[in-house]
Design a protein around this ligand. Structure first.
Ligand code: PGA
Length: 263
């Protein structure tokens, strides 16, 4: 955590929840807030919810009223045209998304997204005015081979070479593959070290603008362990999958990171 950067707590719902289920979650969240559940001041903590594509537009209004941003989970390159199934950044923005997750390891693995594709998608997000949350991270085998730094550097360098230099909207999410959905999150000190490597790499390319880039941690974050990541020097928040799907567990995380109201 660093006072120069606004921390972010982002929920990645992946391919979960229908439109009615998504709406029900957000309506219930809104009701709980009206009843007194903690909701951080958006100027102090940025909350982002990334539902499925069909649910973006339906939930956006309700979330906006709560000061919560809406993110997509993927963006296609290009702006318009004969791309069956494609969804451009412009279309996402029109559906009221302000953020987009790019290069999640599930997309790299299941959709064969290469570093070059991920970099092009990050650039497409910027062009559409979206804030990209770019995921990087090593596999278990790479970690065991001592390749973590090299893998993360390769993935991040591809992105830095493609996006506007010094654009502090960039958000990086360090998500080691072995920690995603396994219940075996990284140790905060290890995640902090990798985040430091990421920032050093960005600083080498961008200079002081690197201080504006937020680096999140993702991988089996829950209400029980979020604080360790939240308070790590080089980390600026968390990207949460499984634990964001259930309202009570999401509320527990939001409550944990919400600064105490000033007297
Ligand atoms: P998880 O997923 O919190 O369920 O481990 C995180 C992610 O994939 O972004």
């Amino acid at each position: 955590m660093n006072a120069e950067r606004r921390p972010m707590l982002a929920a990645n719902w992946k391919m979960h929840k229908s439109v009615p289920e998504s709406l029900a979650f957000v309506r219930m969240w809104s009701r709980r807030v009206a009843e007194g559940a903690a909701l951080p001041d958006p100027t102090q903590v940025e909350l982002v919810l990334c539902p499925t594509l069909p649910a973006l537009w339906p939930v956006a209004g309700l979330l906006d009223a709560m000061g919560v941003a809406v993110g997509a989970q993927n963006v296609d390159v290009g702006t318009e045209g004969a791309v069956t199934g494609g969804v451009s950044g412009h279309l996402l923005a029109e559906a009221l998304a302000t953020h987009v997750i790019v290069g999640h390891s599930e997309r790299r693995r299941l959709f064969a997204e290469s570093d070059a594709v991920v970099a092009a998608k990050a650039a497409a997000a910027f062009s559409a005015g979206l804030t990209p949350i770019v995921c990087v991270g090593e596999s278990s085998a790479e970690r065991q081979a001592g390749e973590t730094q090299g893998v993360v550097a390769r993935q991040l360098t591809a992105v830095l070479n493609a996006v506007p230099e010094g654009d502090g909207r960039l958000v990086v999410a360090y998500e080691p593959l072995w920690a995603i959905g396994t219940g075996q999150g990284a140790v905060p000190a290890d995640a902090n070290q990798v985040a430091g490597w990421c920032r050093a790499l960005i600083a080498a390319a961008w200079g002081p603008a690197a201080n504006r880039v937020r680096v999140l941690y993702g991988g089996s974050v829950t209400g029980d362990n979020i604080l360790g990541f939240w308070h790590a020097d080089e980390l600026d928040g968390a990207l949460v999958g499984g634990a964001s799907l259930e309202l009570e567990s999401w509320l527990a995380m939001v409550r944990t990171v919400a600064p105490a109201p000033s007297a």
